[in-house]
Write a protein that binds this ligand. Structure first.
Ligand code: ADP
Ligand code: MG
Length: 367
């Protein structure tokens, strides 16, 4: 197939945090911010990667040399990893020139890494007419991120970028990857959703993520369940009694968070998105107090947004920086955004970036 342009969006997770590596439920939606790739096929076994957002860091690689740890490191590991994962799975990728350009902030918890992988995967699929569906593509992209780029993330981000649709959140069961599109028309109910990028990333975030993940896995082992997903809120009191004190709160977060995703989906399906507010705020408290992945900047977004009239707010993404979301009455969106920015000013934090998130399309070919 001939050269063209593809796009893949970043995502915001409405609810369901740190559940995806516990086989649980998540509910992301796609942002209007995305990464585009101009892609053309090559047949000489070479992969040329460049990005308008990484000037001076272009590379040309031999496809048959691609292996985890072999690359120069840095941003090109994500797209190179996708080529590696596709080929490992038996899909013949003969080569390509890929040039990326993005409107999506990087490192903001809005999943630019997954967007980069998914846009690469979709372009290569179409260019080389590979027989791979979107779910398979998301799995290969995740493998690229985990094994090639060395970031131990769950499947939510890649599935969101590949499978979300306009006007919907994707209720995704990360155990079997079954998804359901849940209508999320906030404007029709006079509501808006703000995303606040705190523009901080705390250095220890990767290590802490790994620790939480390992904690969840050992709790599941101690409790004799395949994953924490298999526990219900009714199981919690007995489970907490059996666990060492360090692990109990992790389990309580995961179990209550899965229940919050279910409650949120129910509220959306009956057309009451405003009722998500308290569920979001409850989710934040659980991430802050039980899972301990918040930070002062994220807490300040939540507190200042709620004080200014938000219906609910929470950190979104892995935590320790990145972004938070606030559900607000549409007429108060500007006032809430101003209040958050002023609170950051008073705390002498970097000025946060506030944008309104409208549920948008997943990855697709543009031309
Ligand atoms: P997030 O996924 O939350 O944005 P990550 O740390 O997982 O944060 O991924 C960010 C990394 O992805 C960047 O450091 C860079 O290596 C890569 N990346 C994202 N977008 C681009 C882009 N447009 N061009 C080049 N690299 C990018
Ligand atoms: Mg990422």
């Amino acid at each position: 197939m001939s050269a063209g342009v593809w796009t893949a969006p970043g995502r915001v997770n409405l609810i369901g945090e740190h559940t995806d590596y516990n086989d649980g439920l998540v509910m992301p939606f796609a942002l209007p911010l995305a990464i585009e790739v101009s892609a053309s096929p090559r047949t000489d076994g070479r992969l040329r990667l460049s990005s308008a957002n990484a000037p001076g860091q272009s590379v040309e690689l031999r496809i048959e040399d691609l292996a985890p740890g072999s690359g120069p490191g840095g941003w090109t590991d994500y797209p190179a990893g996708v080529v590696w994962a596709l080929r490992e799975a038996g899909h013949p990728v003969a080569g390509a020139d890929l040039h990326f350009d993005s409107t999506l902030p990087t490192g903001a918890g809005l999943s630019s890494s997954a967007a980069l992988e998914v846009v690469t995967g979709l372009a290569l699929r179409d260019l080389h007419e590979l027989d791979v569906n979107r779910t398979e593509l998301a799995l290969l992209c995740r493998r690229a991120e985990n094994v090639y780029a060395g970031a131990p993330t769950g499947i939510m981000d890649q599935m969101a970028s590949a499978c979300c649709t306009e006007g919907h959140a994707l209720l995704l069961d990360t155990r079997d990857l079954s998804g359901r599109q849940i209508p999320l028309d906030l404007a029709a109910r006079g509501l808006a959703l703000l995303v606040v990028d705190t523009r901080v990333t705390h250095a220890h975030s990767q290590g802490e993520y790994g620790e939480r993940r390992a904690g969840c896995e050992s709790a599941a082992r101690l409790l004799g369940v395949p994953a924490l997903r298999d526990l219900t809120p009714q199981d919690l009191p007995a489970a907490l009694e059996r666990l060492p004190t360090g692990l109990g709160p992790l389990v309580r977060h995961v179990v209550t968070e899965n229940a919050r995703v279910e409650r949120s989906a129910e509220r959306l399906l009956v057309g009451e998105p405003g009722e998500l507010g308290p569920i979001l705020t409850e989710g934040h408290a659980s991430l802050r107090d039980d899972f301990r992945v918040s930070c002062p900047e994220l807490d300040l977004v939540v507190e200042s947004a709620l004080a200014a009239g938000a219906l609910g707010a929470r950190m979104t993404g892995g935590g320790f920086g990145g972004s938070a979301i606030a559900l607000v009455p549409g007429a108060q969106a500007g006032a809430v955004a101003d209040a958050v920015v002023s609170a950051f000013g008073r705390a002498s934090y970097r000025t946060p970036l506030v944008l309104e998130a409208v549920p948008s399309s997943g990855a697709r070919r543009l031309s």
